[in-house]
Design a binder for this molecule. Structure first.
Ligand code: HEC
Length: 192
């Protein structure tokens, strides 16, 4: 193996010695010449840099009035922010209303820390932020759509959970679970 490598090496040396290293490179155009041939190359160096994601207005936010064609959810946050509950109250709970394990998990992940495991407002953080019981007649009286909107957008001290519970169905599952907690207290009290 070692002996047979010598002729190849000698040949390579001969080629380099006779043709020279630089002959090929002399034919390659210099970058300076390219700049002259394509005029906008040197202008680009001086032109203003563009940071397309530094402005929040473009291009991720949809223009006002855009109608989703892929099933995106409409946004009624502006209405909700001024305590107009018209759209919220008109939302129909698309689920069968039966509490699910999913709703149970989500409630105990995101809500119980304030509202308590059974909804009495006695979670570890509840008293610190004056979280109300969600078992009161007032809370029971809210429409499902109202509670859905409250989960999605928050209200007062309670922050929004729409960015944490992102799936629409998941939010409805939390609504259903809350209804189950409410039913658990209403039935013994009412005796039926
Ligand atoms: C950081 C503590 C905190 C967490 C976590 C929290 N809430 Fe609240 N919640 C509050 C506070 C405080 C209020 C009162 C808001 C107000 O004054 O408008 C409230 C109000 C409510 C009300 C209205 C009660 C009423 O009688 O008006 C409901 C229903 C409710 N929360 C459900 C939920 C659900 C469902 C979750 C989980 C997705 C959740 N909350 C998570 C603190 C919390």
């Amino acid at each position: 193996m070692r002996r047979s490598a010598y002729p190849a090496f000698a040949l390579a040396l001969l080629v380099v010695a006779t043709t020279g290293c630089s002959s090929w490179y002399n034919d390659v155009p210099s970058p300076d010449n390219l700049l002259a041939q394509v005029p906008w190359f040197d202008q680009m160096i001086a032109s203003q840099a563009v940071f397309p994601y530094s402005r929040l207005g473009i291009p991720r936010n949809t223009p006002p009035g855009t109608v989703p064609v892929t099933g995106g959810e409409v946004d009624w946050s502006a209405e909700w922010a001024v305590a107009n509950t018209t759209t919220a109250d008109q939302l129909l709970n698309p689920t069968d209303g039966v509490p699910s394990a999913r709703g149970d998990t989500l409630y105990h992940t995101f809500c119980a820390v304030c509202h308590g495991v059974a909804g009495a407002g006695d979670g570890p953080v509840g008293p610190k932020v004056a979280a109300p019981s969600i078992l009161t007649p007032r809370a029971i009286g809210y429409t499902d759509g109202y509670v859905y909107s409250l989960i999605r957008y928050g209200r007062g001290i309670m922050g929004k959970y729409g960015d944490k519970i992102t799936e629409q169905d998941d939010r409805w599952q939390v609504v259903n679970y809350m209804r189950q907690l409410q039913a658990a207290v209403v039935q013994p009290a009412g005796g039926q």
